[in-house]
Design a protein around this ligand. Structure first.
Ligand code: ATP
Length: 312
């Protein structure tokens, strides 16, 4: 008897973007990569991916964010995810993927990773391939370091390339106000800038470790659900590099903090800025103040669930 579930004609999956509330980057390794220690929180800014039965592989992209630079050919990471699942399972057909983007492209919030996670889950349901969860997480890690987290969601600690996940105990909800960029920053470029910065300032910086760790204060703040404690312990090693490449972000950070944010941080490799608010009312006030400065602002909360199939 086959263990495969019945194939469907259409599947809709929603997957979240993320904020790195903590990101420490280890030394540049010989293979050109860095190990990281990250605390991720999935937030209520979602990518919607709809998958339809097709003979070959194709993708179309719409959404509320600037779509420049988002590929609509087989280099789209969602198509790569679908092809990887087909190879893994021996599935013979293809898929047409419709991506509805709300997470800024190249914004440091893992939008492409959310699309890849959504495509894996959607195709698994569409084709009835019933891949075991553990294997799906392994395929996700092959696609990109942030893809496993887009599948699991919630709050988690990531080590290795960021893909070795363990859930973090977290209480309550964080209220965030995000300033979305008009253009993206390339993740590899931000890492290169960090490496250059470390080379230039080597003797004056704290030693850079091979095995970075998440500060226990962050874990304590998440466990306690205390936004003030979290604000004090948030940190991003990539922030200085992102600010070097996009100096205009400095004014945005100052504006948010002058208007009631507990703190602001560059999310991942940026250039999205995430402001943490004490509660929903101060998040609303902050949203109004930043919108008045003609910034593209969105209010979100976290943690939220990982990629999941929606009933249509
Ligand atoms: P991360 O925070 O995981 O580093 P990011 O949010 O900064 O990622 P993404 O939006 O995930 O960046 O995409 C980075 C690059 O990947 C884009 O500039 C684009 O060239 C390419 N790309 C491939 N597929 C997609 C996709 N589905 N959505 C967005 N970008 C994609």
């Amino acid at each position: 008897m086959s263990h495969r579930a019945a194939a469907k004609t259409k599947v809709h999956v929603r997957a979240p973007g993320k904020i790195n509330v903590f990101l420490k980057v280890g030394r540049l390794q010989d293979d050109g990569y860095h190990d990281v220690a990250s605390a991720y929180q999935a937030v209520s800014l979602f990518e919607d991916v709809r998958a339809y039965q097709a003979d070959d592989f194709s993708v179309s992209v719409t959404g509320s964010v600037d779509l420049d630079g988002v590929p609509t050919d087989e280099t789209n990471i969602a198509v790569q995810a679908a092809k990887l699942l087909a190879r893994e399972t021996g599935h013979q057909g293809g898929v047409h993927l419709e991506i509805e983007k709300h997470v800024p492209a190249a914004g440091g919030m893992g939008g492409g990773s959310a699309d890849a996670a959504a495509a894996l889950l959607a195709c698994d349901h569409l084709w009835g391939t019933a891949l075991p969860r553990e294997r799906m997480l392994e395929l996700a890690a092959e696609l990109g370091a942030d893809v496993p987290f887009a599948l699991t969601g919630g709050t988690a600690i990531g080590t290795g390339r960021g893909d070795k996940l363990s859930p973090a105990l977290a209480q309550g909800h964080s209220h965030w106000v995000l300033v979305l960029p008009d253009s993206g920053l390339s993740t590899p470029e931000v890492y290169h800038e960090l490496d250059r910065h470390r080379q230039r300032n080597g003797s004056t910086l704290l030693p850079v470790t091979d095995r970075p760790e998440v500060d226990p204060k962050v874990l304590q703040a998440l466990r306690a659900g205390d936004p003030h404690m979290l604000a004090e312990s948030m940190h991003n090693d990539l922030q200085a590099a992102a600010l070097q490449l996009e100096p205009a972000l400095i004014d945005i950070l100052e504006l948010g903090e002058a208007n009631g944010a507990l703190t602001g941080i560059v999310s991942g490799s940026g250039p999205t800025i995430a402001f943490l608010a004490a509660d929903v009312d101060s998040a609303l006030d902050l949203q109004v103040a930043l919108s008045a400065a003609r910034l593209d602002v969105v209010r979100v909360s976290g943690p939220v669930h990982g990629a999941r199939v929606l009933a249509e």
